[in-house]
Design a protein around this ligand. Sequence first.
Ligand code: ARG
Length: 580
Amino acid sequence: MSRNLPALFQERRNFVKDKISKCVAELFSDLSEEEVKAVIEVPPEEQMGDYAIPCFPFAKKLHKNPALIAAELKETLLRKKEILCMESAECAGGYCNIFMKRSKYVEGCLAKLSKEHLGVEKEGTGKTICMDYSSPNIAKNFHVGHLRTTVIGNSLYKIFDKLGYRVIRINHLGDWGTQFGKLIVAYRNWSSKEEVEKKGIEELLRIYVKFNSESKRNPELLDEARCWFVKMEQNDPEAIEIWEWFRKISMVEFERVYKLLGVSFDSYTGESFYRDKVPALSEELEKKNLLQESEGAKIISLEEYGMPPCLITKSDGGSIYHSRDIAAILYRKQTYHFDKCLYVTGLEQSLHFKQIFKAVELMGYNWAKDLVHIPYGLVSLGGEKLSTRTGNIIYAEDILKEAILRAKEAILAKNPELENKDNTARIVGVGAVIFHDLFNQRIKNVNFAWNEVLGFEGTTGPYVQYTYARAKSILRKSNYNDSAAEIDCGVLTDDVTYALVKVISGYGDAVREAAERYEPSVIARYLISVATAFNKFYHECPILHAEQKQKAARLGLVDMVQKIIRDACGLLGMECPEEM
Ligand code: ARG
């Protein structure tokens, strides 16, 4: 029997594991409860039991072979059968497999799920997390990479919020830098108020590209651009006015994407907000003897740590991305007193974050360890071509709109009678894009192919949403009334139902694991496990035509499944349609 666990989700901690590990630790005084708990597995197949204790990890410590340890464990556990709610135990190949008394176990699981928050514990109460994500650059397009940070960041926000943390959502807009000097020159030469108002970022991009090609032939343009940026840094009213207007124009477009995604922020303090905070930072670094001069610029040498230097001020005295980011860290600590500050950006910025985190550490702040970079992989576009406005640039908004359009087509083909088609198409289309982004580990590169995004089968958002709609439809058809539900757990013990109960009772663990690993894919995969177990249950166990007691219990279970799917989808930032 293969012991490689391909399970989509491994339940990690729960009340049964606690009790089992206590028993084991009592038997072998050399082992701690924690140590045992850490190895207890949930076997991939029903016939291997509900839990399995692999005994190999203990062989060395106990000076016994695993089979012998397993046999001793079995005897001990069997003696405590009643307290453990255990049916039986078996030894196989160095494992001790444990079978629970199903009705008791189901009772425990359902009781846990009926608690507030579906059994998710508020472990973050009293703690604060700053989350820096999305953070697009103004006057540049909101591309698929920004879509990833937005979707991953939003999901992590929801996960931590669910666990009771206070989360500050920060959009660290890229809204300062020499490029805006270029843009002002370009605007004054080749565009007009009307054009920019009409075409927005597209026009800003066009003139920026034009600036870059023109300045190759005419380097004077570069001097002019530098002048305009200096004006910006000196708060020249005319320069600031144009820059603020570019920022506003860009925000309108970003907000459209955020609205489609249902994403919002607590703060939009971007890079520009920190420009006047860099002199104080410089001074502090100077006092702490961390600054060196290099060709007129000020740097922190990181040679000792195998990294290139961290630039603090340029030779003209101006701030840069790095120093504005360090100033932001100090500001956030002061303002929000965070316990953790998380940054969701592409993997290619890893060095940047290593440098600035190191700088904060060198400044003597021991909380530098609470700064975490959460990187993600690249998005490539394979398969079918995406429709885009400009050919080689892929706008996030175009992807979302296209997804909604395709969802609408699918609805028209499959369920033309459906009411509220447009809203459902929006929920399904956007949900599909989000789910596709979050299903694989974030560090993996994403290949965007429409047939994988919008499929109604397989590991897709629409599959999960469809499962939810199916559960809701059963409840509607039966006029299910939550408060009247009295569940007899004894009728929920057949293999298929039992497997479903076990999956849904792992919700709290899934949420905790997703948070610990900063990994929304844990929730996405958990959802697929729930949907698959539920659909099996739906096909094999009649609900509406079952006898009274069974019907009531099964409906109660369906109700819990729909609550969990909706809640877990919410953690990914997806909505669920009532019908589809
Ligand atoms: N604006 C940057 C970009 O688009 C991301 C900023 C991430 N946040 C930060 N504090 N550096 O790549």
